[in-house]
Design a protein. Structure first.
Length: 302
């Protein structure tokens, strides 16, 4: 009886949709590649930060891969991301945002996973019209390029086991901020490698905000794309759609006239909630990554 009720409840909750848009694209001929997806996004106003092939690293470190295709693609919308960050600075955790691109070995369909606007709102802790605008551009790009793609929503998310946004603040001011910035950068970069993290991309987003005649509201705004191979490999075994969270975007910024440097990233609790990660081994590597990442940022605030 309990199993029956649980099944009914799961089916009922799934009607509300989860935190990922999921696309399944016929690809038995292998012609739909991550590069094709990249071009489709660029044609719809997105700037590609990175498009990282993961199969070779999987095979090199773990001796095998379950996938014929597994790429971590990160991008941000040129116009909407700028508007988002200027009005809601913590929106930088989605600059860039992630797209999971994967196809299991022997499977005939390629899959894309990307966060919904609802999920971005929940993770950031605020609502912004740019979330819906970005979502609209993503859906339009995929629909236009892949008319045969079947779209679905992931299962409804699980209750969060911790904060979805991990945020740290370091005091700074108009006199010391340049030195503080250099120290924070050094401590972050020096702390990542010993903990097994890899920085796949770095974006000086303040450069974008200051292009031409534009005036940035920030002294600096940087984002780091951070990943840990063991986390991605382990979680992908059961929940490959979680690749939309990898690499994780770490924002580091200081607003003009502000007296603090802000650092933040979407915590691993998002993986467990949005992607419904329940496998003990996967949860263990996620929690270790959270602990290690927090330790790096804590050291940068002391």
């Amino acid at each position: 009886m309990r199993i029956f009720l649980a099944t009914i409840l799961a089916g009922f909750l799934s009607l509300f949709g989860g935190d990922f848009h999921l696309f399944s694209i016929p690809n038995s001929d292998g012609k739909t590649t991550p590069a094709v997806i990249e071009k489709a996004l660029e044609a719809n106003g997105f700037v590609i930060s990175a498009n990282t092939e993961m199969n070779e690293p999987f095979k090199k470190q773990f001796g095998q891969s379950d996938f014929a295709v597994f790429n971590l693609l990160t991008a941000y919308h040129k116009n909407h991301a700028e508007s988002l960050v200027k009005t809601h600075p913590d929106g930088g955790i989605f600059v860039p945002m992630g797209f999971g691109v994967y196809q299991r070995s022997g499977e005939k369909n390629l899959h894309i996973s990307v966060l919904t606007a609802k999920a971005m709102k929940r993770i950031a802790g605020f609502n912004a019209p740019e979330f819906a605008k970005i979502e609209k551009e993503v859906l339009a790009a995929i629909k236009k390029e892949f008319p045969k793609a079947k779209k679905s929503d992931s299962e409804t998310s699980l209750p969060s086991e911790g904060p979805l946004l991990s945020r740290y603040v370091r005091p700074s001011d108009a006199v010391s901020w340049k030195g503080d910035k250099e120290e924070v950068e050094m401590m972050i970069e020096d702390g990542l490698k010993p903990a097994g993290f890899v920085m796949s991309n770095f974006t000086d987003y303040n450069f974008v905000l200051s292009e031409g005649d534009k005036v940035s509201p920030f002294d600096f705004y940087d984002t780091y794309s951070i990943c840990k191979l063991k986390v991605i490999y382990t979680v992908a075994k059961t929940r490959p759609e979680a690749a939309a969270f990898a690499p994780c975007t770490l924002m580091v910024y200081k607003k003009k006239e502000s007296h603090e440097i802000v650092m933040g990233f979407p915590g691993v609790y998002n993986w467990m909630s949005s992607a419904r990660v329940s496998d003990p081994e996967a949860k263990a590597v996620l929690m270790q990554a959270q602990k290690d990442f927090e330790a790096v940022l804590k050291s940068a605030t002391e």
